[in-house]
Design a protein around this ligand. Structure first.
Ligand code: ADP
Length: 621
């Protein structure tokens, strides 16, 4: 396109050399296309430093697109200001848009240094910006008439419009491609959780969003690398102001070595850097890298010598245009505007995702906290309820025990009186009243005696646990001997054989243990059935306790009755069958449990019973 334009302009104007010239982003420029007289040295591809066309000249080229110097050797004519009075008249006249005005003497000298005698330049303006120029040089004076100038200008405008359209189309294409890639990232975002994992999974996609060769994520102070990114030590050495600080959250450079010289050592991997902040505090970062792109630039003369100050102190343009080749190092391909747009878009998506995630987390946390609070409240309520119940139970138990004790204790005296007087009645009046009266009195005596037994038993039961538990080392064999003595009559009556194994020394209370043993052995004698009773007492060690067994070969107990026999006054037999009040086992269990042991039974109806009780070495006191 530009090449055609130069041919057209060359035909129109007849100039020796017509160049299409384009400004780079940093205002340097280079020759894009050229049409020239065959014998002339080509300028195509040459670069000209920004200083060759100063900023004010570039501004002028935007508003006044055509400039013709028919002969650089012209003699400028002085402009005579009207001799008007007042400050306004003295102000310099703005000749920016004047076609015939003289050009800067430096420019004239610049052209002269190149051997140029006539020049014509037409601006290529794109979106209000000086995109490039058509520059025509002639090596002898040359005037271009107005019509031809106008035609050349029209041509330049057409070219500008085409350039704009082409650039927009290219940009639209690049943007569309970036959007497509971003779409894939968005898809990945919906299924994944954070930048690090997306980066790992969607490696190519992420890198292609901004056309980077490698990347790294910094999360909670830890760097995760992707591709041939700088090492974690190198990453950690990057100063914070290289990585962040822009209000938009994205910083970039295509010459990292300039802003952070130590990175020169790894310029092959990271000459270009684009860093985006992913969290509000800037701690989470996603950084893209581009490798060094070594470029050779052919300058039309040493770019550092665009102009110099001559001996008279006047600024003069370069004198030499000999091609000067520069090798540009430590630079990556530049981050193009559309790539920066894509980066901003990517950053928006990633931060939105992070915010969504933290919002989700916050919501989850809140729910969790709420349920913990609720549960805790429930538990506290339940615990309070339990404590209250426990306290109530202890209180009512204590009250009951007090009642049982007081009742049985206080009833003893009047009952003794009833028993004595009924017995007196029986003795004194037996046979003196009618036979019914004798029988009734006998019933009364019997009932009163039974009541006395019950009350005594109850009192005994109530007494267990009253007072301090006095424990000492007890020789169970001795306790057994005493019990055997106490039961001597019963043993003889039952024609029983009571035997024992070696019995241990245990921690306990002799009187209480004697009571338990006596209860169990006497039950063995009582519930013997037809055969003579056989009772055997043994002991075995189990972990940290002794287990004592009192085994008989008596009538046994039905399994469904086992639960009842330990309850106060519960009996499985009538009094007439077998004597007793049903308190023995209740008292025995209370005694054993009070010192931290257990009392239980294993029995088969008709097959005898084994009563066991455990005595822990370290009793609960
Ligand atoms: P008592 O012996 O005064 O009846 P206990 O509390 O000692 O009271 O026993 C409760 C009940 O348990 C007894 O009435 C009896 O029915 C049953 N029982 C106790 N020991 C034995 C045993 N060795 N064999 C069979 N039944 C027993």
């Amino acid at each position: 396109m530009c090449r055609i334009a130069t041919v057209e302009v060359a035909t129109l104007t007849g100039f020796d050399r017509v160049m299409a010239y384009r400004f780079d982003r940093d205002d340097h420029g280079h020759v894009l296309a050229e049409t020239k007289r065959d014998d002339l040295e080509p300028f195509l591809g040459l670069h000209y430093p920004a200083g060759d066309i100063p900023a004010q000249a570039r501004r002028l080229y935007v508003i006044s697109p055509l400039r013709l110097i028919p002969d650089v050797g012209y003699t400028p004519a002085a402009l005579v200001a009207a001799a008007a009075e007042g400050a306004r008249a003295r102000a310099p006249l703005d000749l920016s848009l004047s076609v015939l005005r003289s050009v800067s003497p430096i420019h004239v000298q610049y052209l002269g240094n190149m051997g140029v005698r006539a020049s014509l330049s037409i601006s290529l303006v794109n979106g209000g910006r000086l995109w490039g120029m058509i520059i025509c040089h002639h090596y002898s004076p040359r005037f271009v008439p107005y019509e031809l100038r106008a035609a050349a200008e029209l041509l330049a405008q057409t070219l500008s419009a085409q350039v704009a359209t082409r650039e927009q189309a290219d940009l639209a294409e690049l943007r569309a491609a970036a959007q497509k890639t971003l779409g894939r990232v968005a898809q990945a975002l919906s299924s994944s959780d954070d930048a690090t994992s997306i980066l790992a999974r969607e490696r190519e996609t992420m890198l292609s969003v901004v056309t980077a060769s490698s990347a790294a994520v910094r999360s909670k102070g830890v760097w995760t690398r992707l591709g041939d990114a700088p090492s974690t030590e190198e990453l950690a050495s990057l100063p914070e102001d290289v990585l962040r600080g822009d209000p938009q959250g994205i910083v970039f450079t295509d010459a990292l070595g300039r802003v952070f010289p130590p990175s020169e050592a790894w310029r092959d991997r990271a000459s270009g850097l684009l860093s985006m902040e992913l969290s509000a505090d800037g701690e989470e970062l996603l950084v893209f890298f581009r490798p060094e792109e070594v470029r050779h630039v052919d300058w039309a003369g040493d770019p550092d010598k665009s102009s110099s100050v001559d001996a008279d102190g006047r600024l003069s343009p370069r004198g030499s245009f000999a091609v000067w080749r520069e090798t540009v190092r430590g630079r990556s391909l530049p981050w193009e505007p559309w790539q920066l747009e894509a980066a901003a878009d990517l950053r928006r998506r990633l931060t939105a995702q992070a915010m969504r995630r933290s919002a989700d987390l916050a919501a989850q946390n809140a729910t969790l906290e709420r349920s913990v609070v609720e549960r805790t409240a429930d538990l506290t309520a339940a615990r309070d309820e339990l404590t209250r119940h426990g306290e109530e139970l202890t209180r009512s138990n204590a009250e009951l025990e007090r009642f049982a004790y007081v009742a049985s204790h206080d009833l003893q005296e009047p009952l003794r009186m009833v028993v004595s007087y009924v017995q007196l009645l029986s003795r004194r009046y037996r046979g003196k009243l009618d036979s019914d009266a004798d029988e009734f009195i006998a019933f009364a005596v019997d009932g009163a005696k039974r009541m006395q037994t019950l009350i005594n038993d109850l009192l005994a039961y109530s007494r267990v646990g009253k007072g301090d538990l006095v424990l000492s080392q007890i020789d169970l064999a001795q306790v057994f001997a005493t019990v055997e003595q106490n039961l001597a009559v019963a043993i003889t009556d039952a024609e029983a054989v009571v035997t024992q194994d070696a019995l241990p020394t245990v921690t306990g209370n002799a009187a209480e243990l004697g009571q338990v043993l006596q209860n169990l052995i006497s039950n063995g004698l009582k519930f013997r059935g037809q055969a003579p009773a056989r009772v055997h007492v043994s002991a075995r060690r189990r972990e940290t306790e002794w287990v004592i067994e009192v085994r008989d070969e008596g009538i046994g107990i039905a399994p469904e009755q086992v639960g009842r026999i330990f309850i106060v006054f519960q009996r499985l037999h009538t009094r007439t069958e077998i004597a007793g009040s049903g308190i023995g086992l209740a008292i025995s269990r209370k005694i054993i449990e009070r010192r931290g042991g257990r009392l239980w039974v294993s029995s088969t109806p008709g097959g005898g019973s084994s009563f066991f009780f455990s005595l822990p070495d370290a009793p609960r006191t």
